[in-house]
Write a protein that binds this ligand. Sequence first.
Ligand SMILES: *[C@@H]1O[C@H](CO)[C@@H](O)[C@H](O)[C@H]1NC(C)=O
Ligand SMILES: *[C@@H]1O[C@H](CO)[C@@H](O)[C@H](O)[C@H]1NC(C)=O
Ligand SMILES: *[C@@H]1O[C@H](CO)[C@@H](O)[C@H](O)[C@H]1NC(C)=O
Length: 232
Amino acid sequence: MRSLLSLLLLATVAHSAILQPYSLTDDLIQLMSFREQPSNAAFTVCQDIQFQYCQAQFNQFFGMDDMVSWRNGSYIFQTVQNYLMMNVTELVKVCNQRTQFYQCLGASYYSCMNLYTLLNKPQPDFSDTFDYVRTFRGLEGMCVGGFSEVVAQWDCLGTFPTTNAYQNCINNFNQTVAANNFCPAVQQTGVCLNDAYNAACGGPAAGYFGCEMFRITFDNSCWGLRCMVDTY
Ligand SMILES: *[C@@H]1O[C@H](CO)[C@@H](O)[C@H](O)[C@H]1NC(C)=O
Ligand SMILES: *[C@@H]1O[C@H](CO)[C@@H](O)[C@H](O)[C@H]1NC(C)=O
Ligand SMILES: *[C@@H]1O[C@H](CO)[C@@H](O)[C@H](O)[C@H]1NC(C)=O
């Protein structure tokens, strides 16, 4: 009885999250990576030494070891998430760290934050690599376009991913996403999240935030998708 109860608890416990929690299979991560393959010959190369240096600077704020890298993406995702969920003051500091990291990488930022580039390095782990790029894409969505919204509604936006309404959108994504309808599934999930965040937190800005935090991870694999701001 007791173990059944704790099993049920385990199954329903979900944590507060500004960066949306979900996972993709290795097959889908690989598909995304091919879709992110840079086509431009002038694409800036991600320089290993600069990449490591900037990462180590970023890590210091979070108390992560200098050697922690994109290969530890799931650990970085969780560590950044924990800071975002402390309070708004810490969230603002994380955004400042993100700006410094972005400036540190300069012209190579987007080639370093690219699934195709990273997965072509020796022996990558797919979910670590995916968690790595979506951490920084999520921070971009939150700290650039979504900043005033997240500061105003930090509590509601952070708690929302613990609800069934959030989980329904994600489960639906999980069940529908496939190689032959990848971007339509992303688009549909963005709409689902838009409506769900709107209903829970109120105001068109919350819906846009929920949609955009999801969509931005797929910005390079699904060109041209947009989140709409509802007008009443
Ligand atoms: C989505 O489905 C995959 C298996 O297809 C599973 O490993 C993963 O945990 C699921 N993610 C969520 C958030 O349910
Ligand atoms: C980071 O990843 C490397 C390579 O997979 C591993 O050896 C190391 O233990 C990881 N560090 C942490 C803190 O998880
Ligand atoms: C925010 O959280 C940090 C870490 O828990 C704490 O040290 C700080 O006092 C908190 N700040 C505010 C304004 O609550």
